[in-house]
Design a binder for this molecule. Structure first.
Ligand code: NAG
Ligand code: NAG
Ligand code: NAG
Ligand code: NAG
Ligand code: NAG
Ligand code: NAG
Ligand code: NAG
Ligand code: NAG
Length: 805
């Protein structure tokens, strides 16, 4: 029993934590290609319980606004593309006689649009059944209300262990069911519960077989029949009888539970360790007798206290509050915290999975090289655990990959962007118990060791599982020839990765390593082809052989896919992506004026047929390689243009609606871009630098933990008045278009913006640092200066238990 003081404290905390969850719209980005997951989940929760719908094309998060329900399953991703993953551990309600539980005819239509909110999901099925869902971290809860008039027809819940989200793209990336076990146990006088496991493989990351265990309980009397098919794929039945258990590595199997009452509650736990652990997960997190209302409220409370309450504003504009809290919501669905659930090795370290992918998320708060830089700011405990988990994966499996899901590395689209995530945490003083020497060793592995080719048909030239497969060229030539696919886009990313190694090396006092990787971080320059010309501009990153450059149109990336020179973005876009070396880029572009003109051309409507949804601009708001581009004006003291362009992007392509994302959420990367735009800052991944934009709110406070806060205020702002007139940082006037982590985050601080409708020339101070454009000594000194590297290590001590008021 809880001591009374704990109850009082909990009640007090609940009373003071406002219900910000009401602003988070959990269907944002669920249609129109956003692919977000609208079902139920705790922050970083292992269980994501939601519907799986069949429409004849890929359902990446299980959900579709149309189509038929085929099951309601416990594991999902959010905002991914490529090929669906998960959609396993299923229950499906059926009304009427069931002849063949493996038949495709077991699906149901939607009688009304689904209802979704933080912690709660409701679906009305064509059969008249109403289904409500709630979830804890490792368990989920289903409440079925069957249609009373159909009582004589029979009410059933089908548990099909072979259920998995399929892929229809024909790329060989579809998941497979590989066998399982179902065992039905007696529970009390006339009830049953079931345990078992299913084994699956493949998906976008081409995972080796992995197994999930489950434990499902019902609160109502039931009868049951188990079933066994004849093989992995067909719906032909071998057995359908009251057998207590089936196990098979070659056939589909499951159980059908039948009920007499109209309301049935089921609690289901999952585990990657054992069926016993799945039972203890559900019994521990959702004990018998818990109401759905309680689980729903607990989930809401968790989001409020762990995530939403960290960012508060006095604004009353509902649209903007919806955007703010929905963005925070989708940034904290993935990765998933599977601490204590890693079947591969024993460890006391945390374990995180479903990193999908750093290529995307690195850029979300960071820069180029998809990674996430918002986490160190908002949820430092989680970030530290994630980093420790990454190092633990390296310790036991040899590599920290750009992506990982279902306990398997892959797929690597560009560089080894875990490096960016490490460097970003390093310069921001996040780390706590992380062993930085091990972290650096894992980065060196990425930078020096050629991974074994995993024979992925998408890229025959090298491994897509982990590491940097184009290293042989990178090490031999300092550039990447077309012997390796995605040669140009990977060259820019490898440069950024190497810069990240240099940064951590500098902080760890490894001077030789610093010099080496600092030198390599400039290799992107070897791809600069001054003869590539488009729209009146010359000089772009181009493909090259040992003998020289190849012909390349700056406005084409061919198929822009795995086997092309550029992955998912144009040469024009990638040419802006060496964010650690912008001063040099400005020179290559012909000086500041030409650089500004080139940026302006990027946003010019009608110049590029390819980006139809975005007004035919070269800028693509829906893809990470374009993320930082609007903010690059700050490097040439045109801050007002950064505000103008980024504000227009945010207002035109983002909305708090199901179709309100400009593209795939990419595990929250898109939402993170919006969040930073709203805050008026843009974090450069792997650098201690934030480029300054223009905040949306008159007042916004970020709780940095350890009693520290960042307070951002604006005066004079309006829908048409967003240009910065002046800025005070921690009370003192500021004339630079950038800030460091030390300035406002390390100890908290204040930003006071004065906004107006006309641009003002206020950034008269030095431009943001372009570290790779300096000499290596200058760069190292500046890094120590602006990142306060030594000070950081000291700052990582335990925060006080209570904060002074
Ligand atoms: C959905 O179910 C209805 C009713 O059984 C059926 O007519 C329809 O073809 C199904 N749609 C799909 C996409 O399977
Ligand atoms: C759903 O069931 C109907 C029959 O009720 C069937 O015609 C249809 O093909 C099924 N849909 C799927 C996706 O299996
Ligand atoms: C459920 O009952 C309704 C109304 O009696 C009937 O039209 C419908 O066919 C029944 N459905 C099933 C699956 O028995
Ligand atoms: C299924 O797994 C359980 C637990 O490991 C085991 O007791 C049972 O024998 C298995 N069923 C079959 C048919 O092998
Ligand atoms: C609320 O915010 C939205 C989105 O930024 C904006 O379009 C709208 O004008 C704002 N409403 C008011 C009353 O300021
Ligand atoms: C991750 O999960 C573990 C085990 O359940 C828990 O102790 C830890 O607090 C979780 N981390 C976060 C950031 O919630
Ligand atoms: C650019 O083109 C000129 C004229 O054809 C040629 O002389 C020069 O070598 C080319 N430069 C590069 C870097 O290929
Ligand atoms: C901004 O002010 C500085 C210093 O007064 C001046 O040198 C610069 O030309 C001005 N820039 C613009 C774009 O007006």
């Amino acid at each position: 029993m809880l001591p009374l003081t704990a109850v009082v404290a909990a009640a007090a905390a609940a009373a003071t934590s406002p219900d910000l969850a009401k602003y988070a719209l959990t269907d944002t980005g669920s249609t129109g290609g956003g692919n977000t997951f609208p079902g139920v989940s705790r922050p970083l929760g292992m269980v994501k319980l939601g519907p799986d719908l069949y429409v004849g094309s890929d359902s990446y998060s299980g959900y579709q606004p149309t189509g038929n329900f085929t099951g309601f399953t416990m594991l999902h991703e959010s905002g991914t593309g490529g090929a669906p993953k998960y959609g396993v551990v299923s229950q499906m309600p059926v009304v009427g006689k069931v002849e063949n539980p493996l038949s495709d005819a077991i699906n149901d239509t939607r009688a009304a649009p689904d209802h979704t909110e933080v912690g709660y999901y409701k679906a009305r099925l064509g059969s008249g059944t109403v289904l409500e869902l709630a979830a804890s971290n490792k368990a989920g809860m289903y409440t079925y209300t069957f249609p009373k008039p159909n009582e004589s027809a029979g009410f059933h819940v089908l548990v099909d262990v072979s259920h998995v989200l399929s892929s229809y793209r024909g790329q060989g990336l579809e998941q497979h069911y590989l066998g399982g076990n179902i065992t039905v146990h007696e529970q009390g006088a006339d009830g049953y519960y079931y345990t078992g496991f299913g084994t699956y493989d493949n998906g976008w990351n081409r995972a080796a077989p992995w197994t999930v265990y489950f434990c499902g309980r019902f609160d109502a009397p039931a009868t049951y029949k188990t079933f066994l098919g004849v093989d992995k794929a067909s719906d032909k039945l071998a057995e359908f009888a009251t057998e207590p258990s089936y196990e098979s590595s070659s056939a589909r199997l499951g159980a059908l539970f039948s009920f007499r009452q109209t309301t049935v509650v089921s609690r289901v736990g999952v585990s990657f360790i054992s069926a016993e652990k799945a039972c203890s997960n559900v019994d521990g997190e959702i004990p018998e007798g818990t109401s759905l209302r309680t689980v729903r409220r607990q989930t809401r409370d968790a989001w409020n206290s762990d995530v939403f309450s960290r960012v508060t504003t006095t604004s009353t504009n509902t649209t903007e509050l919806n955007q703010l809290y929905s963005a925070l919501y989708f940034m904290h669905l993935l990765p998933t915290n599977k601490t204590g659930e890693n079947p591969l090795w024993d460890s006391t370290e945390p374990y995180y999975d479903d990193i999908f992918t750093f290529w995307d998320t690195v850029r979300r708060a960071l820069s180029r090289g998809r990674g996430r830089s918002s986490e160190p700011v908002l949820t430092p405990t989680y970030h530290e655990e994630l980093l420790r988990s990454m190092v633990d994966v390296w310790r036991h499996q040899g590599w920290v990959s750009d992506a990982r899901s279902s306990f398997a590395n892959g797929a690597v689209q560009g560089g080894s962007n875990a490096d960016n995530v490490f460097a970003d945490a390093f310069v921001k003083g996040v780390g706590g118990k992380l062993n930085w020497h091990d972290a650096f060793a894992s980065m060196v592995k990425n930078a020096e060791a050629v991974p074994v080719n995993n024979d992925d048909a998408r890229d025959p030239t090298g491994s897509t599982k982990e590491g940097r497969s184009a290293l042989p060229d990178w090490l031999a030539h300092g550039f990447i020839t077309p012997k390796f696919s995605r040669s140009v886009s990977r060259a820019v990313e490898y440069s950024v990765n190497d810069f990240c190694l240099a940064t951590v090396a500098a902080g760890l006092g490894r001077l030789a390593d610093f010099a080496k990787y600092f030198g390599r971080s400039r290799n992107w320059r070897n791809h600069w082809n001054p003869n590539m010309t488009a729209l009146g501009f010359s000089g772009f990153l181009g493909p090259r052989d040992v003998g020289g450059f190849l012909e390349q149109d700056p406005l084409s990336c061919g198929g822009c896919y795995w086997r092309d020179h550029y992955y998912q973005a144009l040469p024009w876009e990638y040419s802006f992506n060496a964010h650690h070396d912008i001063a040099h880029l400005v020179e290559l572009c012909g000086g500041e004026e030409r650089f500004v003109e080139r940026l302006e051309m990027t946003f010019e409507p009608g110049v590029f047929a390819g980006n139809a949804p975005f007004g035919h601009t070269l800028f693509n708001p829906g893809n990470e390689p374009s993320f930082a581009t609007p903010y690059l004006y700050n490097y040439v003291n045109r801050q007002h243009l950064a505000v103008k362009r980024s504000r227009a992007v945010a207002k035109s392509y983002y909305a708090p609606r199901p179709d309100g994302l400009p593209g795939n959420s990419d595990a929250g990367a898109m939402e993170s871009w919006l969040l930073w735009n709203m805050l008026g800052l843009y974090p450069l991944t792997g650098q201690p630098v934030f480029l300054i934009g223009s905040p949306w709110f008159s007042d916004l406070t970020i709780d940095l933990g350890a009693c520290m806060k960042l307070r951002v205020t604006t005066t004079g702002g309006a829908e048409d008045a967003f240009y910065v007139q002046s800025l005070r940082v921690n009370g003192a006037p500021w004339n630079k278009g950038w800030l460091t982590w030390q300035d406002i985050f390390a100890r908290g601080g204040t930003l006071e913006f004065e906004l107006g409708s006309e641009p003002a020339n206020w950034t008269t101070g030095p431009p943001p640092p372009s570290l790779a454009s300096l000499t290596s000594d200058e760069a190292r000194n500046m890094l120590h200066d602006i990142a306060g590297l030594k000070e950081h290590r000291r700052a990582c001590t335990a925060p006080p238990k209570t904060c002074p008021t």
